[in-house]
Ligand binder design. Structure first.
Ligand code: PNS
Length: 161
């Protein structure tokens, strides 16, 4: 049976931190779906289509990775796609409580799937989409945080005039 994993997130925008987790997930599972999902606590800067375009541009190097979007419950998407794992990256301890409560809720909503946490690589420990956006807005260099394929798109959309 093919093992399908979902990497959900806001991806606003996708960063090297996300890509590290996605690449490692692609080595553990037969198929990985990078899922742009709805987070009620965030107000995204990029539209769903923009975020999907950026993801498509940077995941095409992996044969078993695809991108999709979903505005419902993650658990329902997993059921529909017969995915058995949610893969998330864990950075510092600050991520833990939030991620732990989501993992427990998803387990209740869909007991057939497991949440798998991958520890972030050391160099991505303090990287986040919010940080990348702030640096880009203030004219800083984001080239160590995001791949070249999406660098200019992020800069031109966020740069303060
Ligand atoms: O990158 P983020 O914003 O930290 O990711 C959070 C996300 C989008 C994965 C989470 O909010 C989510 O799963 N949203 C989908 C809706 C849902 O299922 N909510 C209940 C989660 S237990």
């Amino acid at each position: 049976m093919r093992k399908i994993a979902v990497c959900p997130g806001s991806f606003d925008p996708i960063t090297y931190g996300h890509l590290d987790i996605i690449e490692r997930a692609s080595m553990l599972f037969d198929k990985v779906i990078v899922l742009v999902s709805f987070n009620s606590q965030k107000k995204p800067s990029f539209t769903i289509d923009e975020r999907l375009d950026m993801i498509h541009a940077v995941v095409r190097c992996w044969d078993n990775v695809v991108a999709d979007c979903w505005d419902g419950l993650l658990a329902d998407y997993l059921k529909e796609r017969q995915a058995t794992a949610i893969v998330k990256g864990l950075r510092a301890v600050t991520d833990f409580e939030y991620e732990f409560s989501m993992a427990l809720a998803n387990k209740k909503l869909y007991p057939d799937a497991e949440t798998v946490f991958l520890t972030t690589s050391q160099e991505n420990m303090y990287m986040s989409s919010s940080l990348v956006k702030e640096i880009a807005r203030l004219g800083g260099d984001i080239s160590t945080f995001v791949p070249p394929q999406i660098h200019d798109m992020i800069k031109s959309r966020l740069r303060k005039i």
